[in-house]
Design a binder for this molecule. Structure first.
Ligand code: ADP
Ligand code: MG
Length: 699
């Protein structure tokens, strides 16, 4: 973009220093360019006028033409309320103000034609409009076509009359200033191939659309561009990385994998597991360094894939690290891998925060002299002190719990050749998000559960049916099953959190005096946690009361009932994770979601989704639509800030795929972007600052 657009926003005619301060502080609009890229959040058709007689309470924002025939004030002080009677040739409607009464009375005149704009609602059984906008008919807002653009503003701005309408005026002023000063950012070949609107036209149309078709083309062009450059950046970094680093070649399939496969594999692999193992083997044998994300729903059998991948590394003489996000999970992996490989003679150690110093020293030694083959642990194994003689593979379980920085640190454990990396996640990430957050990784998906699993039945109960829930628990325990009861984490107060669980525990003790109950929460020491978990695992306790510490990975096949208390407080992916703790054995499993009566629409939608489907990917898509990408689990810690200005990962999946395909084609044709026609793209990439996207730790 030219320097002209980098001018301070205070120089824009109509803005000035004071408003500029507000724009900077409230919206981070510092320059002309920032304003130009501050896009409307909606458009309203302003050619259509409704009649008072047509208005119903479920209409969106609408406009009417008419006059105010009289004002009426009721109440005193803060309870003061202003009612205006608005009339057109079809009838009369009330307008209501609870605030700014004085201003309205001084500025809005009766018996003058106004355009009334607002959202109808019902108050005291009558249709009305609360805090509508009123504009004298001769003073319409700026709009070149039938649509009026609306911009988000803040409370602080509104206090200073910096409304959407004011921004609309600034945009108009800006559009006059920048005639002929905006330059194309995409290559001519892309533009003609995809028949894209040019950038100057798109930027004008997005703020002042002339008709629906032009607006559509403008939005497409701008969204495409935004997503395209992100993909081009991710993919070109990936190319660079692949050029810069060769990977260890694991060409052998030897004793470990063969013996395990023929003598120790406890069951037949699912087709999906086979497919994924093939993909992994191909990567690790290719001479390139593997960077692969393995997605598979809870219970799809990722651990086995991880183990077999590790066996290939051992066969080629390399060491392996397996990192889990919690101590419980690390211990569980350690135990189950030891059990499955018992007899193969693999040396395995467990390293966590609570490993004793003496033991630690031995482990460090054995890693350095190469006698230890597999190290299972928590992030304790990232520490610089942990040095391996021949690290060939790092497996990270439940990737979303780790940041990109932690991933990068494992990368750097080797001085010359980075280890192969396999990251696993059971939090299915919608494809659009994966392409962006993990866009530099190759993705494998296990899309099939081991045979014989019955889909978990999920039900939603309100508090008043608690007794039925207890009866159900009793029935299940009587036939030999075990039950989880999970309480939400209360962010504001760990104390409250604990109290919640402890109260739940006491209550269940009273309801089920004959049963043994375990309790696990964040305040327990790791050893205590493990002891409680083990009691449950071994079937010595029938009920496990817990906070979300049991969310990831824990595997107790005999547990067939998951009860989630205050389920409305959980996010969708968390609910799905928790539900995944059951349904691991052959028995029919159940998930009971308990909630209070009063829940928000969004919570209701989450619970409905849980009841409707067991498909983690479908759930992830709904989650993305409900919450937006910034709040999705996995994005906060991924190190990538979401500052998309116009595209929306929840809605613009197709455009994203399109953008990624185009970026892939261009890089296939010109891997280093050296062709003259791509110069314009390179220039644009250089302008993408790290403030927009944190790329550093991915590369
Ligand atoms: P996740 O993908 O959630 O990590 P796990 O690896 O813990 O799943 O596997 C869940 C359960 O399924 C484990 O008890 C595991 O032994 C079992 N399992 C894994 N693969 C198969 C298979 N191919 N056939 C039958 N059971 C399997
Ligand atoms: Mg797992």
């Amino acid at each position: 973009m030219s320097d002209y657009l980098d001018q301070d926003i205070k120089f824009l005619p109509g803005v000035g220093p004071q408003r500029a301060e507000l724009l900077k502080k409230e919206l981070e609009i510092f320059t002309f360019n920032d304003l130009l890229y501050y896009f409307p959040y909606k458009y309203i058709d302003r050619t259509k006028f409704y009649k008072v007689s047509e208005v119903t309470n479920n209409m969106p924002y609408i406009q009417l033409k008419g006059v105010i025939i009289r004002f009426e004030t009721t109440g005193e002080g803060v309870r003061q309320r202003l009612i205006a009677h608005f009339r057109d040739d079809s009838g009369v409607m009330e307008l209501l103000w609870f605030q700014g009464v004085k201003w309205v009375k001084e500025n809005i005149r009766p018996n003058v034609p106004y355009i009334l704009f607002g959202k109808p609602s019902i108050f005291n059984g009558k249709i009305n409009m609360v805090h509508p906008e009123l504009e004298p008919v001769e003073n319409k807002p700026i709009s070149t076509g039938i649509f009026q653009a609306f911009y988000n503003t803040t409370e602080n701005m509104k206090k200073k009359f910096m409304t959407s309408k004011a921004l609309n005026k600034f945009q108009f002023s800006l559009s006059a200033q920048i005639e002929g000063k905006i330059f194309e950012t995409l290559s001519q070949s892309l533009i003609s191939r995809l028949k894209l609107m040019s950038l100057p036209v798109a930027l004008r149309q997005v703020h002042f659309p002339e008709n629906p078709n032009l607006l559509k083309s403008a939005l497409f062009r701008l969204k495409f561009e935004e997503l395209f450059f992100i993909q081009l950046k991710i993919l070109s970094l990936k190319h660079k990385r692949e050029d810069a680093f060769k990977g260890f070649v694991f060409s052998k399939v030897g004793y470990n994998l063969n013996t395990f496969f023929s003598s120790y594999l406890p069951f037949e692999l699912t087709n999906a597991q086979k497919k994924v193992i093939k993909e992994i083997r191909k990567d690790m044998g290719s001479g390139k360094q593997m960077n692969r994300l393995l997605q598979g729903d809870v219970g799809s059998g990722k651990t086995l894939v991880a183990l077999m991948t590790a066996l290939i590394a051992f066969d080629n003489g390399y060491q392996v690290c397996l990192m889990a996000p919690t101590e419980i999970l690390a211990i569980q992996h350690y135990n189950s891998i030891r059990k499955m490989t018992d007899g193969l003679g693999i040396s395995i150690a467990l390293l966590t925060g609570s490993t004793k110093k003496a033991k630690r020293i031995i482990i460090h030694e054995q890693l350095e002299n190469g006698s230890l083959q597999l190290l299972v642990g928590t992030h304790a194994l990232i520490e610089d002190k942990v040095i391996l003689q021949k690290l060939g593979l790092v497996i990270i379980d439940e990737q979303h719990r780790f940041g990109v920085a932690q991933r990068a640190k494992l990368w750097k454990k080797n001085e010359f050749t980075p280890p192969h990396i396999l990251v696993m996640t059971a939090t299915p990430i919608p494809r659009t998000l994966a392409m962006t957050v993990y866009g530099d990784l190759d993705v494998s998906v296990i899309d099939e559960l081991p045979p014989g699993r019955k889909p978990i039945q999920t039900m939603h109960y309100f508090e008043n049916r608690r007794k039925q829930v207890y009866d159900f628990m009793r029935d299940q325990v009587e036939v030999g099953r075990q039950v989880y009861v999970v309480y939400p984490l209360i962010k504001e107060s760990e104390k409250l959190d604990l109290k919640n669980v402890e109260n739940g525990y006491d209550l269940l003790k009273q309801v089920f005096p004959r049963y043994s109950i375990s309790m696990v929460h964040g305040k327990l020491k790791p050893a205590e946690k493990e002891a409680e978990m083990n009691l449950f695992k071994e079937g010595k306790t029938q009920i496990m009361v817990a906070t979300t510490v049991i969310e990831v990975g824990v595997d107790v096949p005999n547990a067939s009932v998951m009860i989630i208390e205050s389920a409305e407080r959980f996010g969708l992916s968390q609910l799905h994770q928790l539900r995944g703790r059951v349904g691991r054995g052959a028995e029919q499993s159940f998930c009971l979601l308990m909630s209070s009566y009063k829940i928000s629409n969004e919570s209701r939608k989450r619970l409905e989704t849980m009841v409707r489907t067991n498909d983690g990917f479908e759930i992830a898509e709904v989650d993305l639509k409900l919450r937006g990408p910034g709040d999705m689990e996995g994005t906060q810690q991924s190190g990538i800030g979401f500052t998309l200005k116009i595209a929306n990962l929840g809605r613009d999946g197709e455009i994203l795929q399109h953008a990624r395909n185009q970026a892939t084609d261009i890089l296939d044709d010109d891997p280093k972007l050296q062709k003259p026609e791509n110069l314009v793209l390179v220039n644009q990439l250089l302008k993408m600052k790290n403030t927009e996207f944190n790329w550093s730790s991915i590369s």
